[in-house]
Design a protein around this ligand. Structure first.
Ligand code: NOJ
Length: 542
């Protein structure tokens, strides 16, 4: 099996609802994606990850699937997806589908039959006579009573997303069937949603007290997870030229090594979340002031620990996260911080993931009106906060900073009505800054964020050192600068990023011999770095 393409490629994530609407219903669709293939090609994308487009009641925007073999009509048809695969492959771009298999929709046939205790479906989900004290990821109780079956079922997300029971081998067989169906259709891999939750302790013990996620010791990273993944790998993954990236919440580097060590044949890479807590305590709703060191420390740890054992994913944004400029950069130094963050991240070892709009520096919409938010997690958290007597103002502050909808506003293509996203009324409001921040404005501008992203992507293709080279921190304890070295037998690269909005004294005489490969400022000075300045130096060994 070729492992090179998914290590060397650059992935672009599309949140289909918000990418491009081709039929003016206000919702992005598959034909819209097809329309934009030339754009993806132009920026140098190799792999496309599309968030769920399967049939779904859309309680959680498609992460609640009611039919894994069909497409939700608002996104198009199966024929459209076949066309998408064909057109992408023609353009030499691979397609990765989101695979949501920890849970289904409560509208899925399996759940309906499970309620009726119908044959093999009786134990397709987790059922108990008494509720367990576990809590889930949307701030909710994780066991809900079902009137018809007269039992409680487990759902780590919304009550409309019941968790599948992987102890049941028929569940695993059915899931493999789904995987094969898509792979046979030509899909090149899966992003496996919350995959480290699929194994549960089926004795369902009472969870230890915890302010969040009660019971997680019985549903996170359980030993059987590895057995299930090995089984999927042996029976399915290993039979195709494909790759898997697992979304793994609350994961440490030791477990990650087990999951991604190629010798163990489980997953190819995972998304970890340590660096996503650099501006919050444990989960995003407990916000704290961002400190660059809190971003650098975990990123550096993951670089060091996975080197030669596993493989990292490099991401700062996705459909569950607010925009990175707001979190880790500065609106005042919008261009500088957008490009600095890209430099800091994409020169590391791992596969780069770019989330739609990140490449043009999209920012949080921070709607001030609660009704403008469509995301159920946002509304759940609001209700929960109010129940605990947090004021409306305080909850709105959290939401404006951290709601997932900040990353889900429509893609800003141009400055015409609805930013060129749709000719109809968009399902969610646009960020009004589409007038200034849009693809059309940046695509032919050499000094735009988009052009900078293109340069980075090109450099990754030119220098294998950026992909495979070793990683060493430089001046690790520095709280304002993130600098590191990448090296192999051919090259040495020095990456220096200023994380503050002020000039910073920085002596680069050490690198006098090196060539400046990339920078986000026109004039660079030997004695200091400007606000959010980024530089990449390169030295060729003889
Ligand atoms: C993680 C997904 O990224 C998120 O959007 C979703 O709400 C949950 N998993 C549940 O599927």
């Amino acid at each position: 099996m070729q492992e090179k393409w998914y290590k060397e490629g650059v992935v672009y994530q599309i949140y289909p609802r918000s990418f491009k609407d081709s039929n003016s219903d206000g919702i992005g669709d598959v034909s819209g994606i097809i329309e934009k293939i030339p754009y993806l090609k132009e920026i140098g994308i190799d792999i496309l990850w599309v968030s769920p487009i399967y049939k779904s009641p859309m309680v959680d925007n498609g992460y609640d699937i009611s039919d894994y073999y069909d497409i939700n009509p608002e996104f198009g048809t199966l024929e459209d997806v076949k066309k998408l695969i064909k057109e992408l492959h023609k353009a030499d771009i691979k397609l990765v589908m989101d695979l949501v298999i920890n849970h289904t929709s409560s509208e899925h046939e399996w759940f309906k039959r499970s309620i009726k205790k119908d044959g093999k479906y009786k134990d397709y989900y987790h059922w108990e006579d008494k509720p367990i004290n576990w809590t889930g990821f949307f701030g909710q109780k994780a066991w809900t009573y079902n009137e018809d079956r007269k039992q409680y079922y487990l759902h780590l997300f919304a009550k409309e997303q019941p968790d599948l029971n992987y102890e049941n081998k028929y569940v695993r067989e059915d899931v493999k069937k789904i995987m094969r169906f898509w792979l046979d259709l030509g899909v090149d891999g899966f992003r496996c949603d919350v995959i480290n939750l699929i194994a549960k302790n089926n004795k369902y013990p009472k969870g230890k007290f915890s302010p969040i996620l009660v019971g997680k010791e019985y549903y996170l990273n359980q030993p059987k997870l590895h057995d299930y993944l090995k089984e999927f790998n042996e029976d399915v993954f290993s039979k195709y030229d494909m790759f898997t990236v697992g979304e793994t919440v609350f994961i440490d580097t030791e477990t990650a090594k087990l999951l991604t060590n190629p010798k163990r044949k489980e997953l190819n890479m995972i998304f970890q979340f340590d660096h996503m807590t650099s501006d919050c305590h444990y989960v995003k709703w407990f916000m704290k002031k961002f400190k660059p060191f809190n971003l650098k420390k975990p990123l550096s740890k993951w670089q060091n620990e996975l080197n030669g054992v596993g493989w990292n994913t490099l991401y700062l944004e996705n459909h569950d996260q607010p925009r990175s400029i707001n979190r880790f950069g500065s609106l005042k130094y919008w261009y500088e911080s957008a490009t600095m963050l890209a430099t800091m991240l994409y020169f590391q070892q791992g596969t780069p993931f770019i989330y739609q709009g990140q490449e043009i520096g999209m920012t949080n919409a921070s709607f001030t009106n609660l009704d403008d938010y469509k995301d159920l997690e946002t509304h759940n958290i609001y209700k929960l906060g109010r129940k605990f007597l947090f004021s409306h103002k305080r909850m709105m502050k959290k939401i404006m900073n951290m709601s997932r909808d900040n990353g889900r506003t429509p893609m800003q293509w141009d400055n015409t009505t609805n930013g060129g996203f749709s000719e109809g009324e968009p399902w969610i409001k646009l960020n009004p800054n589409y007038i200034d921040i849009n693809v059309k404005k940046q695509i032919n501008d050499e000094s735009s964020v988009l052009s900078y992203y293109k340069k980075i992507i090109k450099l990754r293709k030119e220098y294998r050192t950026i992909i495979y080279g070793n990683y060493i921190d430089i001046d690790f304890m520095n709280k304002k600068i993130y600098s590191y070295k990448r090296y192999d037998d051919n090259y040495e690269l020095i990456i220096i990023c200023n994380f503050i909005d002020k000039s910073y004294k920085f002596d680069i005489t050490k690198y006098k011999e090196y060539k400046l490969l990339l920078t986000n400022y026109k004039d660079n000075y030997d004695g200091f770095l400007k606000p959010y300045e980024a530089r990449v130096y390169i030295n060729k060994y003889k």
